[in-house]
Design a binder for this molecule. Sequence first.
Ligand code: FES
Length: 147
Amino acid sequence: MARKGGLPEKGHDDHLPHMPDERFCRHANQPRNIGVIPEADGKATGVGVCGDSIDICLSIQNHVIGGIGQIPHGCIYTVACGSAVSQLVYGKHLEDALKVTPGDVAEELGGLPEDHMHCASLAVNTLGEAIDDYYRKEWGNSGKQEL
Ligand code: FES
């Protein structure tokens, strides 16, 4: 039965939709770094537990991310998280980029609902796989750095 006054009945608060921060809206409506880098130094396609995916490709100079392209395939949270992670790591040394966490992505977006934290994990994990792809190419698939 419809209620007057607009407020949900007690006990229904947990079904309220996510009230996005303006930072989330900016990333979701105008996602950063959409695209593909031809002849990327590292690239990966990550697939989340829900089937959403993100393609990430990197241009790397002197172990610094000088270019990043990302294409999200999925919900608006996946779009925002792909955008946020691309902005967070652009211009960073690989060691620092690998320290970015799903929590950092959520913070960049002004918060994420708990049931969409896996979108932030998808973005971070895909970035890690793209960096791993770069290292594998650099080190000739040995998995070990030659000192
Ligand atoms: Fe699953 Fe976004 S809803 S990764």
